[in-house]
Design a protein. Sequence first.
Length: 347
Amino acid sequence: MRIENDPKLDFRDVLIRPKRSTLGSRAHVDVERSFRFPHTGAEWKGFPLIAANMDVVGTMAMARALRKHGAMVALHKHYDAEALIAFFREPESANAFYSLGTTEADHDKLKAVHAQSPISKICLDVANGYTEKFVDTVKATRAAFPDAAIMAGNVVTGDMTEALILAGADIVKVGIGPGSVCTTRKMTGVGYPQLSAIIECADAAHGLKGLVCGDGGLTVPGDVAKAYGGGADFVMMGGMLAGHDECEGEIRYEERDGEKVPVAMVFYGMSSDTAMHKYSGGVAKYRASEGKTVEVPYRGPVEGTMQEIMGGVRSAMTYIGAVYLKEMSKRTTFIMVGAQLNTVFGN
Ligand code: 5GP
């Protein structure tokens, strides 16, 4: 047994210190970034936010809506091949990732869809990216799809970030346990405070010209700013995008003044009982569910939430004098406030 003593940080443990700048208004900052994917050389430009490949938020409707903001979606894994073939023929699919796991069936389906509608972005997603099998899957996918941008994860440490980039990933997905409907930390005791995971993995990835996507644990626009400040090239979110018209899922209505109005939507982890009953006929005997099911308030079109997130990031950039989003991590100084905040928020 070993103990690591240096403190590891979550979003709530820090704030971003304001800095003097000549920037006049948040209208003068640019929240777009452009990246070159290291394995393909292809360039991508947009607002680096990705809707998670959870079946409630990783939808085709979300992809169409977020594309208007230059943002992306990792589609959930449960669309059938026909729907995917039709979708990837639409120009709106340009910012969408095709998501899959490591099974043979997953990869056969990807090949079948790709044969009909070429796929340019692939998200290889497993809960635990530390297995040899996963590294082999990344290598095999890179060999089979030399021209596709590959995002792979999840991991939380620099060594494994490097291993995945060397195996063929352009973007490494970072996060074990921070998700809003994730119970991994409770069920297994495994995890890593998300801001530190982002900082450490970004440092490792950038040394190899790779990219990272901070996945999970973002609860407010300020967390998104902190993730970019910590070095995340992309962020991925589920909970913050749940409850919108573009989501797929049950809506709960209430009678108000004789009218039926939507008030809440169901949102659940992809390894929750709810998801496992829906897609795998129940929870397999050898595993426990590592996700929960919650209700989130119904919030109408995702447009309003995107404006809030982008507005928050713009404002954070103004506070620290970053004209371009890519300057954000250089201009960020975090101050540790964990103890005080925990008292304020009662965590
Ligand atoms: P959120 O933005 O809701 O905080 O986190 C979204 C992320 O949580 C997803 O992108 C995924 O990495 C993770 N996640 C989704 N479902 C589950 C689950 O059932 N269990 C665990 N451990 N993580 C999940």
